[in-house]
Design a protein around this ligand. Sequence first.
Ligand code: ZN
Length: 240
Amino acid sequence: MRSPFVKFFVLFAVVLGSLVIGYYLTTRHSPSLADRPLPPLYSDPIKTAEQPIPATASSPARPDPFILTAPPAPSSPPPIEENREATGGLDPGGFIFPLDGLKRTDIQNTFDDTRGSGRKHEATDIMAPRGTPVHAIKEGNVVKLFNSKLGGLTVYQFDDKQEYCFYYAHLDRYATGLKEGMLLRKGDVLGYVGSTGDAAANAPHLHLAIFKLGPEKHWWQGTPINPYPTLVAIFDNSKK
Ligand SMILES: [Zn+2]
């Protein structure tokens, strides 16, 4: 003879057992999240084909979409110091841009232009308002102050190793106290932009030439180097 309590207990056990079995049957064939194939968006065939990730307890064999699909770092431009060929052996890192307040597009490659009577320009013209201060692009001595028919008021400056000569032309005037033989530090003002010499009066600009000195170290003799790549590199450097 069964008491109502035993009847209730048996009924409860049957219902509970049914629930457990039913739950087991409905979940047994559902793959868990970790077993599901990843949607195409998250796959990285190149990386996973070459370097399968080993499965460990802490890192399952499953590509991490946030790491593996990251694009490769863009190749950075070569450091300026390594690009000496374009700059004629000059290290732009040792220079300062001669004029303030200009845009990159104000620097034009005018080295191969021809000027009066077919002579090659062999310099860079940088257009700038009259009176703009002109800074020494590198440390070195003023070797010659010269007033020429073509260049007008000019400064010839050697670099500190006397390997190169920097020639600044068409200056409106010299900086106060500028003298031949004096040492200019990088950035010192040596004069002001103008249009002396053969420059058009309505187009004041700095004519900057760089030439490699010969063994005699004559300020009027040397091999011209195109200043343009160096100037652009200096300008870009100054904006970093
Ligand atoms: Zn010029």
